[in-house]
Design a protein around this ligand. Structure first.
Ligand code: FES
Length: 153
């Protein structure tokens, strides 16, 4: 058991460390990216998704997306990622962007749309926004192939 002073020294050390990390992150990422990465929206899975996909990016990280479609409109969308903070921010933004869109409109979403909301990403994190778009398109394709199969029945 550490002495009381040792504990508070350790707490102080952790606090300073967290502040340093945040300070460094602020130099690299926009305030909006940090906000979305630390408080992402729509994280999780849907119980009965209309379309689903899991895609692995060139970095080896994975993003999963579920969409719920009603009358050709996306009414809900959730994601999970084991990737970096930027992928968390991109997942959060794209799941918000896609809600209320038709399937055709959702297919037209590009990584630049995510970058505009975030105020840009460093070059080495651009592929994280591409991963979010690729996963959305794969989920839309999954939805389309399921509806085709249902129509055949
Ligand atoms: Fe892999 Fe961002 S998703 S580094």
């Amino acid at each position: 058991m550490p002495e009381k002073n040792e504990t508070s020294d350790f707490d102080e050390f952790v606090k300073n460390m967290e502040e340093e990390i945040l300070e460094e992150a602020r130099e690299i990422y926009t305030e909006k990216t940090l906000e979305e990465a630390y408080n992402p929206k729509n994280v999780g899975e849907l119980e009965t998704p209309s379309g689903a996909a899991r895609v692995t990016g060139p970095c080896g990280d994975t993003l999963q997306m579920h969409i719920k479609v009603e009358e050709n409109k996306i009414v809900d969308c959730k994601f999970i990622t084991d990737g970096c903070g930027a992928s968390m921010a991109c997942g959060s933004v794209i799941t918000e962007l896609v809600k209320g869109k038709t399937i055709e409109e959702a297919f037209r979403i590009e990584n630049n749309d995510i970058l505009s909301v975030l105020g840009g990403l460093p070059v080495e994190s651009i592929h994280c926004s591409v991963l979010a778009v690729d996963t959305l398109r794969a989920a839309l394709e999954d939805y389309e192939s399921k509806s085709r199969n249902n129509n055949k029945k």
